[in-house]
Design a protein around this ligand. Sequence first.
Ligand code: ADP
Length: 383
Amino acid sequence: MERSSGPKAGLRHTISSDLLQAAVEATRTAIIITDCAVKDDPIIYANQAFTDLTGYSAKEVLGKNCRFLQGNETDPEDIEKISQAVKARKPLQITVKNYKKDGTPFWNDLIMSPVKDKKGNITHLVGLQLDVTDRINYQEELEKSRRDLASSNKELEQFTFAASHDLQEPLRMVVSYLQLISKRYQGKLDEDADTFINFAVEGAQRMQVLVNDLLLLSRVRTKAKPFRPVDMQEVLDDVLFALQLSIADNKVTLTHDELPSVPADRTQMTQLLQNLISNAIKYKAPGRDPKIHVGVSNDKGNYTFYVKDNGIGIEPEYHERIFGVFQRLHTREEYPGNGVGLAICNKIVERHGGRLYIESVPGEGSVFYFSLPKKRKDTKSGK
Ligand code: ADP
């Protein structure tokens, strides 16, 4: 008779015990079988892979309960789970710390299943075991790096906050005394003195703005508020109200889509839209009145908002760089600013689980996109 090779027919096939024995011996998964009819569930079979993995010979293993693989650092909770499953003859999958004969620990991915006889009674337990030490070590390393990174980020944020916060007070004093000197002695000393005093006042004021912006940057996380449903249309209305003078002065035509609600920190959404729209006005092209569109597209799990302008645009090689702190493409004389605005925007979007990016044609304009998840991905505190 010809053998059927179809998948369904294959599933129905039984295999001879010789073939089964050979297959079990050949596999790289360690396998042991314990006898449930005998007290303390002794091991009655261990395949080659098991002896290779543990260093014990089959002879040393037979008759023992499988707990001989456990050691000092095996988690008592794992020991308890295994013991309960064995007692109840229940299937179990667990990754447990075990020990080889020479004392070397290894992470054992154990899958234990009850084996039934023809009448349906559980007679044996079969345990499949795989050494997953490399995977667990890698995961632990990854987790450690993640924790280190999070803690150094937090430290950096706290440092920026403390530094900028503490700098404010002495700076305020420098600025007010310089202004006092300027008021009292302007025109009373020589011409050079007037120029020097003006430079000093201007420098100190610029530093004040810089320190303030740094403080804002550090506050994206340290002073974050929890996420609530935020009507982005209302946020846009607030921003347009705040920017009304600049919009009128620069003859801006601003259009927008109907904007939806998203789970977010409302203050930060205002900050984000205001920064992007202010930039769209500030970086207008010479000889062209600014046309700005605030739009949104509805993707699967996200809304992708965008602010599109017809301004000077940005060369492709700067598309990443502009999101870094203090990164500017122009001198202060060309365009005022200190290069913190987009860094704040980027941090805000990241905190909301989204992404901020740009498409731009130099000389024609830019589109700043930011995606925001429709469902909140953040922790309870929104941090
Ligand atoms: P600032 O405006 O204070 O320089 P930002 O962080 O907001 O700082 O922007 C960083 C740089 O990105 C700007 O100096 C400018 O060169 C560029 N930029 C930002 N927005 C636009 C825009 N809408 N069009 C063209 N260039 C822009």
